[in-house]
Design a protein around this ligand. Sequence first.
Ligand code: 0GY
Length: 425
Amino acid sequence: MNDFVMDADWLPFHPAPGRPRWTLPPGSVDAHCHVFGPGDEFPFAPERKYTPCDAGKDELFKLRDLLGFDKNVIVQATCHGTDNRAMVDALRAAGGRARGVAVVRPDVSDEELARLHEAGVRGVRFNFVKRLVDPKPDEYYRRIAERVARLGWHIVVYFEAADLEERWDLLTSLPTVVVVDHMGRPDVTAPIDNPDFERFLMLMRDHPRFYAKVSGTERLSVSGPPDYDDFVPFARTVVESFPDRVLWGTDWPHPNLESHMPDDGNLVDFVPHIATTEDLRRRLLVDNPTRLYWGAAARESELDDIPGTTVFTGARSRKGFQLNQFCMSLLRAENRERFKRAESGYLDEWALSPAQRRAVVDRDWNAAIAEGGNIYFLSKIFATDGTSFPAAVSTMVGMSPEDYAAMMLAGGRSPEGQRSIREGR
Ligand code: 0GY
């Protein structure tokens, strides 16, 4: 029994969308869609501004297959607040074919962020649209940005065109890639050179870390279907000016529409009107979203498949920054003396995580590397302790220093050994 009754004026998603008349390029990503509930399984948030119809993962995946998309990016909707369970459940069910954008509070725990990452979340959303949320001061968002930047995530922002000016300093100082939903909601009935849209184009032009979703056709257009004439010049300008920084999504199940509910097949048919060449369409639908949501992760999982080697990636460098800085401080004789005299007090001066601190205290180099340490920096600790490099690293493979040295003198490990952790060879 569903405890939630959708709003009286709610327009449910199209019950039977048609198959598009053109074929999406292979590997296309629907880079903006949501799941709502179902409410009896994943309750809507008490602070929500609307109660939608249920629109769960099964419906979403059916639509993905009907339209011909390969993958989805599921964006946490405001009706679920900061409870990301419905979205995470959909990610897990998608078997690698979906990534997520979560909504979190600044005090979200590291464990929760790690859990979201593992499920496939690669970004957080800051929503400034006042009819959807009670926006917070800039500081609130800065604290979240700092947390998620360390994970290599990006930030998706949703705002009304007129609000860009007020949030300009915050947005342009965010430390990550920033994706703007629905082109910053331009007034498509205004001339294309209106000041609000000019400001948005300036944002994109002057800040190469910004991406734009050229989506929201059905919610921004006033001229309406089937041609959405008023929307076309705005979207085309963005696609043609920034072909490598645009994304597109259906926006299914289309929350808060008032004028009409589109047939999602027709929305896909509309894409060639805004991305007019095959090359532009491939970048919009395949290359850009794949790079943003699957690129780094795919590369890192490849790197993680090298037996006996932990590659020092950007994410690990961010994670281990304080640990490695501490190690480097030991290059100075006076710091070595202070560390040797009162190890615990010296470690207090560095913002190490409990796991990093434990690894240093235990001289557990495998643990230190798992926490973002780099062997070349960690070697400053070996030197401070008066331990040779081979003696220190022999502990990582459970060998005595003598046996390890003998193996190295005999030419090291055989190249015939294991080549892939995943494949066990
Ligand atoms: C969208 C647009 C809207 C709603 C939300 O999270 C949401 O509730 O994003 C809207 O009402 O404009 O992109 O789904």
